[in-house]
Design a protein around this ligand. Sequence first.
Ligand code: AMP
Ligand code: ZN
Length: 469
Amino acid sequence: MELTLYNTLGRTLQTFKPIKPKEIYIYACGPTVYNFAHIGNLKTYINEDILKRTLRFNGFKVKHVENITDVGHLVSDEDTGEDKMELSASKEGLTIWEIAGKYTQAFKEDITALNIQFPNVWCKATDHINEQIELVKKLEELGLTYIIEDGVYYDTSKFSDYGILGGQKLEELQAGARVQLAEGKRNNTDFALWKISPKESKRLMEWESPWGVGFPGWHIECSAMALKYLGEQIDIHCGGVDHVKVHHTNEIAQVEPVTQKKWVNFWFHVEFLNEKDGKMSKSKGEFLTLSLLKKKGFEPLAYRYYVLNSHYRSKLNFSFEALESARQGFSNLIDKISLLKADVAPGEVAHAQLDDIHLNINTIINKDLNTPELMAYMWKVIKDQSINVQTKLDSLQYFDQILGLELLKIEAKKEEDVEVSSDLQDLLDKRNEAKKLRDFKTADALRNEIQAQGYAIIDTKDGAKLKKL
Ligand code: AMP
Ligand code: ZN
C-alpha cells in the first residue's frame, strides 16, 4: 500500500520508496547526555517510533541507528561558550564519563517506559573519534576546510548545495545567521569540524588529532557514524525541527561532497513541544521530565497517548490540563478494553470485518502518520455495536502494532454487576421471555435496543446479565 510521508527536502508530501526492496535504513539523532531528556525530546522519539512501527506494519524490515552524544556540545550553537558535559560534571561533582553513563541510562529507562522500540545500533560519539577524524581529513583533502586558531572549519561557500534542506540559498542563510563569533571565520554559516583545545587549559575530554589535541565539532559525529553503520545512502534521517537549518544542513555538507551521492532520501522532522512561555529546552535549566510527570501521577503511557493525539508535524502546546484530559481518555480506553476482555460471550471473530479494520488502519497511518485519526478510528471500532467483542479484541493487536500503548497487556476486569435502570431491566426481561419462547427475531431486536443504550447481554449460568460496553 502506498505510504506518503512529508519530506523536509522539497517540503512536500511524497510517496515513500525504499532504496532496498525490503529493508529500510534509518538514522535518528539521539540525545545529548549531560542531563535528563525533557518531555519535548521524548515527543520526538515517540513520533520516530511511530514511523518505525508504520514501516514494519507495511512489511518492511527496519535498521535503525541512533547516536548518543556523550562529547560536549558547546553552550551556544555557534561553536563557542562552555562545554555542556563539562559544566554538568562540575555541577554534579561527577566525572564526565559518569555524567554520560548516568544520563544515557536515564534516557534508556525513559524510552523503555514509553514503550519506544530500541534502535538496532546505539553508537556513542566518544567511541568513534577516529571515524570523525577520518571524515574531517577527507573534507580537508577536498579543499572544503580551513584552519584558524581554535579549530578546523568547514567553508560552506564551497558546497554549492549548502542550505538545500532548509530551502534557503547560502546568501539568505548568511544574512540570517547570527553575528560571526569565532575570529577568522570566513562565512557566518561556517562551522567547526574539529576544535583545538586552548593551550592554557586542559579539557576533561580531548583527543590527539592531525590538527592538535582537541575534540570534534558537534555535527561531524552523526555523519561519521551514519556512514559507518548505514553506508553511503540511507532512506530516512530523523530529528526535531530545530535541526533542519543548522545540524542537518551541516550533516549533508559533510557527507555528499565525499560520497558524490545524494545521501538521504527522506528527511523526517518532528515539530516541537512548547511550553506556555516558548520552546522547551534543556539549557534553560528547569524543564519537565518523565520522572516529574510520574511524580505528579501521570503514567508514561498516558504521556504517549497525549502525544499521539496530535500530528507529528503540528506544534504541541503543553499544559497539565491537556495532559490530564489525555490521562482520562487513556484510562477510559483501558476500562473499555478490560470490559471487553471480561465478556463471557465475545462471539467468533468476523474475519472479513477484521480484514477491513486492518486495511483501514493501514490506510490511515500511511497518510503521513496520522495518529490522531488512527486514535479516533480505534475509539469508533471499540464503540461500534455492529462489531462483536472478539473481533474488537483481535483488532487491538493491529492498532497496537502502531500505537504501542500496550493495549494487549490490559487485564480483564473482574466480574461486576452493573446497576440497571428499570427500563433496561424491562427490556432484558422481555428479551429473556422472547428467547424462552424461541422468538429469536424479537429477542435479537431487543438485544440491539439494549446494545444501542451501551450494554451487552451476557448469558451466564445464573441467567442473563448486562455489561457496560
Ligand atoms: P538533544 O538531546 O537536545 O540533542 O535533542 C534530542 C532530540 O529532541 C532532537 O531530535 C531534537 O531535535 C529534539 N528536540 C529538542 N527540543 C525539542 C522540543 N521542545 N520538542 C520536540 N523535540 C525536541
Ligand atoms: Zn545528529
